[in-house]
Ligand binder design. Structure first.
Ligand code: PLP
Length: 431
């Protein structure tokens, strides 16, 4: 064990995950690549954790932060007017498609979801919430209550009363082979059954990820969220779209993931990529919901000048360079390329994704069952070839890729080559 790893283990919690048998220390980054302390360079297909949305060391972001630093005002609090915060909120409210939207900034996705849940439970005077199976929404009391993935829930207790819905769990035997239409019908019947039998009469909200992040980039079929929304509207239940992973054009087909489903949520939460590495999160919600409760109050660091400078520069960069369209193109190179290779690789159980958010399921070639060990092996093999990827899924069997949106087509083809090469090696070993 390296000295640094030993020191890490001594003072950091054992439940805070570290990738790789020999974890790496990243010391530099430029464009879509990083360099570790040993001088090895990697193409980054996980972008931090979808945080370095426009790559590393972006002059526009660095200069915006440096300009703010040069004023001497790193922080004074949101008790005073802050121009960058107002301008950024105006842009996000406009992009959200939510009528009369208002924005509250936080420092993380967890806090964003906590805020949305506070707003919803307050508005509806109910502690009952709906969430999706395989979900991950963060690590606070409220966020963990609506997280169904046990690996990430850490068996925590929580004050909220959560009920979990089907929608992204087609692998269950009873759903296998069902048409989308039949599956959606079954899901809606289940939702109505939950509302009729499992919850107290008033339910505050449904919180859902348009594409489940930690859940392995799993997706509800087109039409499911619209069908759910119809029931929610009938019952006066709010819909919170967790866009922490799916926001800012990453999916290629819409700016926020839920927009592709033709659904206007009551609130959206965001974080990760917006600050391009600086800690920024937030909630964008219907004005009447945001303005209602007085229970929340200010966040000392949420919306701070440095975060706002970084976030404004990042969002402008995404819009000015139309990175959503680019994600659609580079994502297609990768997803199509992986699908083409899959039939000759029995360890590949499936390839799914939208834009620059795509995953490969690793399965035991003999049984077709999810194989966490093969996913772990793939992590090591891709690292060896100079490619950083993520891992996730219900059983830890999915390889998750979410490169910076600035990925070029050449880099997409390079990364595809490395992924396929790693899959071939691991496939051969497993044969
Ligand atoms: N929501 C989703 C969909 C996430 O993927 C995450 C983090 O992975 C969170 C919320 C929590 O965000 P954070 O880690 O910034 O608190």
């Amino acid at each position: 064990m390296s000295d640094l790893l030993a020191r890490h283990r001594a003072v950091l919690p054992n439940w805070s995950p570290l990738y790789y048998e020999q974890p790496i220390e990243i010391v530099r980054g430029k464009g879509n690549r990083v360099v570790d302390a040993e001088g090895r360079s990697y193409l980054d297909f996980f972008a931090g954790i979808l945080t370095n949305m426009i790559g590393y060391d972006v002059p526009e972001v660095r200069q915006a932060v440096e300009r703010q630093l040069a004023t001497g005002v790193v922080h004074t609090s949101t008790l005073y007017l802050l121009r960058t915060q107002i301008e950024l909120a105006e842009k996000i409210a406009g992009l959200s498609g939510i009528p009369d939207a208002k924005v509250f900034f936080t420092n993380s996705g967890t806090e964003a979801n906590e805020t949305a849940l506070l707003l919803a439970t307050h508005a509806r005077r109910s502690d009952q919430v709906l969430a999706m199976r395989q979900s991950y929404h963060g690590r606070s009391f409220g966020a963990i209550a609506v997280t169904s993935n046990r690996g990430w829930k850490n068996n925590a207790l929580s004050p909220l009363n959560a009920h979990f819905l089907h929608g992204a769990d087609r692998h269950l035997p009873q759903f296998r082979g069902m048409s989308d239409e039949a599956y959606i019908e079954a899901c809606v019947a289940d939702l109505r059954h939950v509302l009729a039998t499992a919850t107290a009469p008033d339910v505050a909200a449904l919180i859902a990820e348009p594409i489940q992040g930690v859940g392995g980039f799993t997706m509800a079929p087109d039409g499911l969220f619209a069908a759910y929304k119809q029931v929610l509207d009938e019952e006066g239940i709010l819909f919170i779209s967790d866009e922490v992973q799916t926001g800012w054009g990453r999916t290629g087909e819409s700016f926020f993931g839920i927009q592709a489903h033709g659904v206007t949520p009551d609130m959206m939460t965001f974080a990760k990529g917006l600050g391009n590495g600086f800690a920024v999160g937030g909630v964008v919600a219907r004005g009447d919901l945001m303005d209602g409760p007085k229970a929340i109050g200010l966040s000392t660091f949420g919306g701070n000048p440095i975060a706002m400078a970084a976030a404004s520069a990042t969002l402008d960069y995404v819009l000015d360079h139309d990175l959503q369209s680019r994600a659609a193109v580079t994502g297609a190179v990768l997803i199509d390329g992986l699908r083409e290779a899959a039939p000759r690789l029995p360890i590949v159980g499936g390839v799914r994704g939208k834009g620059l958010m795509f995953a490969v399921d690793l399965v035991d070639p003999a049984t077709g069952e999810p194989s966490p060990p093969l996913a772990a092996r793939m992590l090591e093999e891709t690292k060896k070839l100079g490619l950083l990827v993520g891992k996730g899924g219900l059983y830890g069997h999915a390889l998750r890729m979410a490169p910076p949106l600035t990925l070029t087509e050449d880099e997409a083809r390079e990364g595809l080559g490395l992924l396929v090469a790693a899959l071939e090696t691991v496939n051969e070993e497993a044969a």
